[in-house]
Ligand binder design. Structure first.
Ligand code: SF4
Ligand code: SF4
Length: 178
C-alpha cells in the first residue's frame, strides 16, 4: 500500500531569506569556477593521462618469446584472446614448413583484466601504460598477428601534454597538468 503524505505536515523551510541566500551562494560558486576553473574533462588529443607504473593498458605480444601454450587464450574471461594458426618456414629446413599457433586480441571484447599477461609463462605479453588509443572502425579493433606485436600509435602523446587526476577534499576529482 503506498505511503500517504499529508501536505499540512510538510513545513515550509527557509522562506524568502533562505532563497536569496541560496542564490547568492550559487552565484559565488559560479564566479569562483569562472576565475579558477578546475575542469576534469580530458581534452583529447591535446592532453593525455599519465598513468602510474603497473597500469593495465594495451597489450603487446612478443612472438619470439611465445611457446604457443595457449594459456592466455584459455584463461581470458571474455573470449577476447584467440589462437591463430600460421605456417612458418625455418631457413635451415626450408622444405619442412611448420604449423604454429599464436594469440591475437579483439579489443571489442577485452576488459583489461590482465589475466593473459599474468599467466604467460615466458613473459611474451606485456601491458603498455595507456588506453587512449583511437580505432577508426570496429574491425580495426580485432588485431592481426602483425599488429599485436606493435605498440599502438598514440597521437595524444606527440601532440599533447600529460595530466594526472587527483581527488581534492573540497573540489572532488580534479585534473592537474604535469
Ligand atoms: S586482458 Fe583479460 S580480457 Fe583482455 S585479452 Fe587478456 S585475459 Fe582477455
Ligand atoms: S601464454 Fe604466453 S607463451 Fe603461451 S601462447 Fe600465450 S603468449 Fe604464447
Amino acid at each position: 500500500m503506498p505511503a500517504r503524505v499529508s501536505l499540512k505536515s510538510l513545513k515550509r523551510r527557509g522562506g524568502l531569506f533562505e532563497g536569496i541566500k541560496s542564490n547568492i551562494q550559487a552565484l559565488a560558486v559560479g564566479v569562483k569556477y569562472f576565475i579558477d576553473p578546475q575542469r576534469s574533462t580530458l581534452l583529447y588529443p591535446k592532453e593525455y593521462i599519465e598513468h602510474r607504473p603497473g597500469y593495465r593498458g594495451f597489450i603487446v605480444f612478443i612472438k619470439d618469446k611465445c611457446i604457443s601454450c595457449a594459456a592466455c587464450a584459455r584463461i581470458c574471461p571474455s573470449a577476447a584472446m584467440k589462437m591463430v594458426r600460421v605456417t612458418e618456414v625455418d631457413p635451415k629446413h626450408p622444405d619442412k614448413p611448420r604449423q604454429k599457433q599464436y594469440p591475437v586480441i579483439n579489443y571489442q571484447r577485452c576488459i583489461f583484466c590482465g589475466y593473459c599477461v599474468d599467466i604467460c609463462p615466458t613473459e611474451a605479453l606485456y601491458h603498455t601504460p595507456f588506453q587512449d588509443v583511437v580505432y577508426e572502425s570496429l574491425a580495426d579493433m580485432f588485431l592481426t598477428l602483425e599488429a599485436f606485436q606493435l605498440e599502438p600509435g598514440r597521437p595524444s602523446v606527440s601532440e599533447g601534454s600529460p595530466v594526472v587526476y587527483e581527488v581534492d577534499e573540497e573540489r572532488g576529482l580534479i585534473k592537474r597538468r604535469r
